[in-house]
Design a binder for this molecule. Structure first.
Ligand SMILES: N[C@@H](CCC(=O)N[C@@H](CS)C(=O)NCC(=O)O)C(=O)O
Length: 207
């Protein structure tokens, strides 16, 4: 299978880490959906990464659906019980929501200074801080979200924290969220996290 990614994307990183943790052979193709030469629109009507192309040509997109597919293929990163599953899904939604707010902030900040909406930027900042606090609160004393050592919730949260460091570095989440800091340090010892540290890519300036 082939996974189309962009190097900064926390959504693509979730899929990459899942593939590595599950030891599923795959090829990574770097795309930049913001560039005119991007091929992603031929595969995914929303022209977004991550997009997974299976060996038989079927296309799966959106990091949540990609995870679902990979988990069905090779289970192990969601608990078996109902409450555990929902806890992982909720943490993923919060982690992804933080990333959505960071993306919107990043794009707004590409505008000329006088055209930026402070109202919009403040709304996103509130979501980012509230999301970080909620994830920090959800962690158990064991350092994981449930009895699983590493599952969807840890993968999504770790990807989000790495993205904050790349695109929202003025915010020191480490002082706000000591439990998340411990989780992040634990995750960063894993090869799957080390091999997927996000890197900036060029995004065209808004008109
Ligand atoms: N909900 C999607 C979000 C994916 C997403 O927003 N990807 C961004 C990169 S981080 C993208 O491809 N943006 C290009 C665009 O919006 O045109 C997921 O979880 O996969």
């Amino acid at each position: 299978m082939k996974l189309y990614i962009a190097t900064p994307s926390p959504f693509a990183r979730k899929a990459r880490i899942t593939l590595l943790e599950k030891q599923i052979p795959h090829e990574i193709i770097i795309d930049n959906p913001w560039q005119p030469e991007s091929r992603i629109k031929d595969l995914n009507p929303l022209a977004k990464i991550p997009t997974l192309v299976l060996d038989d040509g079927r296309v799966i997109h959106d990091s949540k659906v990609i995870f679902e597919y990979l988990e069905l293929e090779r289970p192990g990163h969601l608990p078996a019980d109902k409450h555990g599953k929902i806890a992982h899904r909720l943490a993923e939604v919060v982690a992804d929501g933080i990333c959505d707010a960071v993306v919107m902030t990043f794009l707004e900040n590409q505008r000329p200074e006088g055209s930026r909406s402070q109202f919009w930027l403040c709304r996103q900042a509130e979501k980012i801080r509230a999301g970080v606090n909620e994830l920090d609160r959800q962690l158990l004393p064991s350092g994981s979200f449930t009895a699983l050592d590493i599952g969807l919730a840890e993968i999504a949260t770790g990807s989000t924290l790495g993205y904050l460091d790349l695109r929202y570095s003025d915010y020191n989440w480490r002082t706000d969220a000591p439990n998340l800091l411990k989780l992040f340090e634990r995750l960063m010892k894993r090869t799957s996290f080390q091999q997927t540290v996000p890197k900036a890519q060029v995004v065209p300036v808004n008109q």
